[in-house]
Design a protein around this ligand. Structure first.
Ligand code: VG1
Ligand code: CO
Length: 573
């Protein structure tokens, strides 16, 4: 096939954020926009695009087939040797990570905007993963961005469209294209990690323990169908919304109590013991039950505490634990008690990979419904769901245990870290930035006045900072994190407030404010609050009530309403 050099001009704002480049579909549909970003990505591959093997797939959202055909033509134009593509463009983010690893690929291009709504008027996204299966580190994403600012042409082979439904290998010019079953390898992986026999026999012996999995019309539908129905033998009615759709059925494929309302409603109405959902691209998870909700910060702590019930961790041992900075410190308590090394990293999964590759991290999580381990280098929604089933099945070998029983047993041993996040979406960027700038001044130049101060309701400041992270493996430093990507506030190109300002109180309570790096419109303010409770009489208190005094302090200190004009958050998780 003939290779052409297509002249182009740089586009502004092609800077990957917390998890790749996410923009409105309409932005990606601009002539050359997507091609430019693909070319820049190929140019930034540390070992070069020529001769590379790349895994391609995503959540199947609107514009995916077009983007995959563009990738095929540009990959051929750049002498990439081979593409391994999920059938119909479908690969969950964890399945893609796994495929990169088992095929020893150079890397992968993931087409996803995760939980952001899809369709012609919503979001699309492109993200590059490295040979370890994990998201590209900032050194690579910054290189991509740099290249996009100078690009004058991209290389494209003139090829007919490849049939993305036909499993098997075909040639596109000199490029080898292999279309693979989206689910098969991933199922093999999970069956190797978990005790499927134990889970299966528990579910079989305990028909009163009902399960409902919600694929939210995202990518996990086929994975859920294969694992919960075909492998674990649950009835077909145990899964819902399992057909991926390009616009996620018009919904917002984010597994939380607000957006997974169909699931939440059915779990309550039908007295379901175990309800679970994953997001658009399959890396997030939510675990609930009738009258039960597992906050993600507790979820990772409990999986870590119960790791012994999972065959994979019995084999590998638990090498260490880690959480993102805003995630509650419940995990730290498990690490301390069990004597594991533990780490606190910036928001976003890319920071866990180095620790895993160095053999120092086994289990990690984020408060944002992300849980995972070193079996791959992405968070993994279905993995977390099966992990919980495995833990519950193991607990039921000694006594009947519901989700709430497991939570309570954990609190009785470790105490409870009440945690909540308030999101203020699509706020005006200027006000949000001013608010964060003021907070940064409070913890830096005006720090002396802050420490020791009583901010009300008995909360006395012990410490506060503008979070920075030095990677213990490669020494790279992340501060004023350079991942601001919102295109209507390009004036803030240093991404100066994504990492987060954090304030720690004498009683261990924490309050964190940061700006999101995954939004595609305006700014999103995230406020995280955490309060530790060691009084067993209070373990069953309602989260929002337990946290109210701290939230009052947070709103007063941040002057959030004054700066953003918002009285109420868009979403509370
Ligand atoms: C959000 C979450 C973060 C997560 C990221 C990607 O980032 O807070 O914890 O890693 O999304 O998850 P931000 O910068 O908007 O707060 V996913 O499932 O969207 O790939
Ligand atoms: Co996701």
């Amino acid at each position: 096939a003939s290779i052409q050099s297509i002249p182009t001009k740089p586009f502004e704002g092609q800077r990957p954020g917390t998890s790749g480049l996410r923009k409105r579909v309409k932005v990606f549909q601009q002539e050359h926009y997507t091609q430019n970003f693909i070319q820049a990505t190929l140019d930034a591959i540390p070992t070069g695009a020529k001769g590379a093997t790349l895994v391609i797939g995503g959540d199947g959202r609107y514009f995916s087939p077009e983007a995959v055909q563009m990738i095929i033509r540009i990959a051929a134009g750049n002498e990439v040797a081979k593409l391994i593509i999920g059938q119909h463009t479908i690969l969950s983010t964890p399945a893609a990570s796994h495929l990169i690893r088992i095929r020893k690929a150079t890397g992968g291009i993931l087409l996803t905007a995760s939980h952001n709504p899809g369709g012609p008027d919503n979001d699309f996204g492109i993200k590059y993963n490295m040979s370890n299966g994990g998201p590209a580190p900032e050194s690579v994403t910054e290189k991509i961005y740099e290249i996009t600012q100078k690009l004058t042409s991209y290389k494209e082979a003139q090829l007919p469209a490849v049939d993305l439904s036909a499993i098997g290998t075909q040639k596109a010019g000199n490029l080898e294209v292999e279309i693979v079953d989206s689910v098969a390898d991933y199922v093999v992986l999970l069956k190797d990690i978990f005790d499927f026999n134990l889970i299966k026999s528990f579910l079989h012996k305990t028909p009163s323990f009902t399960v409902l999995f919600d694929g939210m019309h995202g990518v996990t539908g086929p994975y859920g169908q294969r694992i919960f129905v075909e492998e674990l033998g649950l009835p077909q009615k145990s899964v819902m919304n399992c057909k991926p759709s390009p616009d996620f059925g018009g919904g917002h494929p984010d597994p939380n109590l607000t957006y997974a309302h169909d699931l939440v409603e059915r779990v309550e109405k039908e007295n379901i013991s175990f309800g679970a959902a994953s997001d658009g691209d399959g890396d997030r998870n939510m675990i609930i039950g009738k009258g039960a909700f597992v906050t993600p910060s507790d979820s990772v702590a409990i999986i870590a505490a119960q790791a012994d019930s999972i065959p994979y961790f019995r084999r590998t041992g638990v090498k260490g634990l880690a959480r993102s900075m805003p995630t509650s410190t419940a995990l730290d308590l498990v690490a301390k008690k069990k004597g594991y090394e533990h780490f606190e990293v910036p928001t976003g999964w890319k920071f866990f990979g180095n620790l895993m590759d160095a053999g120092r991290l086994s289990i990690c999580g984020e408060e944002s419904f992300g849980t995972g381990s070193d079996h791959i280098r992405e968070k993994d929604g279905v993995w977390a769901v099966v992990a919980w089933l495995n833990i519950i099945a193991a607990a039921n070998q000694t006594k009947p245990s519901s989700i709430n029983d497991i939570l309570l047993t954990h609190y009785n041993e470790y105490g409870r870290n009440f945690f909540s996040r308030y999101d203020y979406e699509e706020v005006e960027s200027e006000g949000a930035n001013k608010m964060v700038d003021r907070l940064r001044a409070l913890v830096s130049t005006d720090r002396a006045q802050l420490i020791g101060k009583d901010l009300g309701n008995g909360f006395v400041v012990k410490d506060g900072d503008d979070f920075e992270y030095t990677d213990p493996i490669d020494g790279s430093v992340s501060k004023k994190q350079a991942s601001w990507q919102s295109w209507d506030c390009s004036f803030l190109m240093d991404g100066s407030s994504v990492l987060g300002v954090r304030i720690i109180f004498e009683d261990g309570s924490r309050l964190i404010i940061r700006l999101s790096g995954t939004g595609s419109q305006g700014a999103t303010v995230r406020l995280y609050v955490e309060k530790y409770e060691s009084n067993p009489a209070k373990y069953q208190d309602k989260t929002q009530e337990a946290l109210r005094p701290l939230i009052e302090v947070a709103l007063k200190l941040s002057q959030l309403t004054e700066f953003t004009g918002r009285k109420e958050p868009t979403v509370i998780t």
